[in-house]
Design a protein around this ligand. Structure first.
Ligand code: PGA
Length: 256
């Protein structure tokens, strides 16, 4: 973390979990314990159908609500999809773009990620752009090249002010939902690499302002060590964000 230059953001990714009733119960459970998150921003990305309800449930707290994906077009014949503006209109502030599960199951590519990032920014949302390598790619030794490609493509065509509003989440695919966390050293190294790519493309001032998260089995136990890395500015948390006590513990780890 580097509190001088950029925000620390702890974001939950609920994926396809929790009904609105469960969302309200979660809000009531964490509200009394949220008082101390002074330095970090807290976000919960929830299923699209529950965004409006979640915004209401977390109304008097500092928790912002986000979507988990959006379409890149502004409107049209795309049955089942939602636009970035629709998310914004019901109160979302963030949207996850290009999560590895979207890439794997819904054919998202680096090109659609780029289009979605632009659509999100256009609508006034902050995109949380996910990048990360598979175990095979790590073992082949191509992690840095792959991450460079993903980050460059995702940010292609943006100006400096837009890049400042983007959050990058480094999520090694082999660490997602597996209980197998990257070591703080491994995660920190890739996050430093991501910042260097942004520096080369958009300059040092922009690079030091961008929040870069780590995601992949982050939990109450390992959060502090991961967040101690200078280029890890928060987390994108799946499993552990579903449990109020674990999520609060991670928020507290970011405020040490
Ligand atoms: P996990 O998920 O924390 O359950 O590994 C992270 C994510 O998919 O964003």
């Amino acid at each position: 973390m580097n509190l001088k230059y950029r925000k620390t953001i702890i974001a939950g990714n609920w994926k396809m979990n929790k009904t609105l009733t469960e969302t309200k119960a979660f809000a009531e459970a964490i509200k009394p314990n949220l008082g101390r998150h002074k330095w970090c921003e807290v976000v919960l990305c929830v299923p699209g159908v529950n965004i409006a309800g979640a915004v209401k449930a977390f109304k008097d707290t500092r928790v912002s609500i986000g979507g988990e994906t959006c379409h890149y077009e502004a409107s049209g014949a795309y049955t089942g999809e939602v636009t970035a503006e629709m998310l914004k209109d019901v109160g979302a502030k963030y949207v996850i773009i290009g999560h590895s599960e979207r890439r794997q199951y819904y054919n998202e590519t680096d090109f659609t990620v780029n289009k979605k990032v632009k659509a999100a920014l256009e609508a006034g949302l902050k995109p949380i752009v996910c990048v990360g390598e598979s175990l095979e790619q790590r073992e082949l030794g191509v992690t840095e090249e792959l991450i460079s490609y993903q980050v460059k493509t995702a940010l292609s065509g943006l100006n400096e002010n837009q890049v400042r509003r983007v959050v990058i989440a480094y999520e090694p695919i082999w660490a997602i939902g597996t209980g197998k966390t990257a070591t703080a050293g491994q995660a920190g190294e890739v996050c430093t690499h991501i910042r260097s790519i942004i520096r080369k493309q958009f300059g040092a001032r922009v690079a030091r302002a961008v929040t870069i998260q780590y995601g992949g089995s982050m939990n109450a136990k390992n959060a502090r060590e991961l967040l101690a890395q200078p280029d890890i500015d928060g987390g994108l948390i799946g499993g552990a964000s579903l449990k109020p006590d674990d999520f609060v513990a991670i928020i507290n780890a970011a405020n040490q």
